[in-house]
Ligand binder design. Structure first.
Ligand SMILES: Cc1cc2nc3c(=O)[nH]c(=O)nc-3n(C[C@H](O)[C@H](O)[C@H](O)COP(=O)(O)OP(=O)(O)OC[C@H]3O[C@@H](n4cnc5c(N)ncnc54)[C@H](O)[C@@H]3O)c2cc1C
Length: 392
């Protein structure tokens, strides 16, 4: 553990004691805070920035889908979708997700489709030609497509603010401009105590939930813990406003990973650059030279679109080595829980994760089996996670 608790900041003491401290006020921290508060815990949320949802959450493509190859991801998204549907602030819009799949990926993709159907998801299998009637595309080298009309888009900012408001109504405290600078593990295994230092004060709780997104690894390191989560920059390019002849679903060319969808009168699009790891900031404009030919190859009408540089943006995926989330207690650090590393799926899984983490903290069995997302998979002491193949 990194520092002694000697230099207590103003505001420390009895007023700084909570049942649980949540680090990070993105959508995941907000969801966890809300469910922990609902469990009757006195919760503190610490956020470095002057406002919630300013990092990955506020920069996402806002998609939600049940089309995953791993059951745990299907179930987390489906349970979250059930919650978001009933939440006006989520502005759920079922525009659908459409995957165009090449022959070499088709058998594995079909396996995922069958799993999704077996779990009750309304996913449909299409021919390339049928899919091209939904979104015009070149399909001469496409083996098939899948379409789920209830997949769609959300308002991640609205959801975060709603979760935080609910948490506050249940007694939680949100501190903004409160970067966590040091963490000390005190107490014992039976009675853990996490002391957390910020410029806004020093706080302590028996439970700490690491929801620091791309910085979750750094937050772990403050306590001497190895939390394998880091940043991977992603760029969202936007066209200018155009005549709205269609609302395009979130469309994925599975062979390349290129995706796009309608965003009001614009189209937004992107393609992950696997080399783009680390805390690089800003839009990588040269990356467009790779993205554009790939886009035009599958969707030739992209050639007619213009780019709006000012409407484009960037943000970090918070990635783990196997691109699966990291959810659950930290071995050897009693009271420490991770809810991070969602690797591009955190918006759509957050609502369910809030319930899962609250159950884990209470010592209850979560309603979705997330044992495959435990950190032990990286230490060799747990079963290795099966790789999710539908990463966008
Ligand atoms: C371009 C892009 C597209 C995406 N598209 C989708 C999508 O379509 N669907 C989907 O589900 N997901 C998508 N994602 C991923 C999704 O945005 C994330 O998985 C999700 O927002 C993670 O939420 P979070 O709360 O864990 O992280 P964040 O929103 O990043 O929140 C973490 C918070 O922790 C705070 N913090 C960090 N360090 C400290 C500290 N030391 N002290 C205090 N606070 C700290 C940060 O300031 C931040 O506010 C996308 C992401 C990007 C970048």
């Amino acid at each position: 553990m990194t520092r002694s608790a000697g230099s207590a900041a103003p505001g420390a003491g009895a007023a700084g004691r909570f049942d649980a401290i949540v680090i990070g006020a993105g959508i995941v921290g907000a969801a966890c805070a809300r469910r922990l508060a609902e469990s009757g815990m006195k919760v503190l949320v610490l956020e470095r920035e002057p406002a919630p949802a300013t990092h990955s959450t506020g920069r996402s493509a806002a998609g939600i889908r049940v089309q995953f190859s791993e059951a745990v991801n299907v179930l987390l998204s489906a349970a979250s979708l059930a919650e978001y549907r009933d939440m006006p602030e989520a502005s759920y819009c079922p525009v659908g997700y459409l995957f165009f799949v090449p022959p070499e990926q088709w058998p594995a993709h079909l396996h995922g489709y069958e799993l999704q159907r077996a779990l009750g998801m309304p996913v449909e299998k299409l021919t390339g030609e049928q899919a091209a009637r939904i979104v015009p595309a070149r399909v001469d080298d496409i083996a098939g497509a899948t379409w789920c009309p209830t997949d769609g888009i959300l308002d991640p900012h609205g959801i975060t603010m709603a979760f935080l408001a609910q948490a506050k109504r249940l007694g939680a405290t949100l501190k903004l401009n409160a970067p966590v600078e040091a963490i000390v593990g005190a107490g014992s295994a039976a009675a853990p105590r996490w002391q957390v230092l910020t410029p806004a004060g020093e706080f302590e709780a028996p439970v700490l939930v690491n929801c620091a997104g791309a910085w979750a690894g750094q937050v772990g390191a403050l306590a001497g813990l190895r939390v394998p989560v880091g940043p991977a920059r992603r760029i969202v390019f936007a066209t200018g406003p155009r005549p709205q002849e269609a609302v395009y679903p979130l469309t994925v060319d599975a062979g390349t990973g290129f995706w796009f969808r309608s965003e009001g009168p614009r189209i937004i699009f992107g393609l992950s650059n696997p080399e783009d790891t680390g805390f690089e900031e800003g839009i990588d404009w040269p990356w467009l030279e790779t993205v554009y030919p790939i886009a035009v190859d599958r969707f030739p009408w992209f050639e007619t679109l213009d780019l709006d540089r000012k409407a484009s943006w960037w943000g970090y995926y918070e990635v783990t080595p196997d691109h699966q989330p990291l959810v659950g207690p930290m071995p050897g650090a009693p009271g420490w829980f991770n809810a991070c590393g969602f690797s591009g799926h955190g918006v759509q899984q957050a609502a369910a994760i809030g319930r899962v983490v609250a159950a884990q903290v209470r010592g209850d069995t979560p309603f979705v089996d997330v044992s495959s997302l435990a950190i032990e998979r990286f230490s060799g002491s747990g079963a290795p996670a099966k790789r999710e193949s539908l990463i966008v």
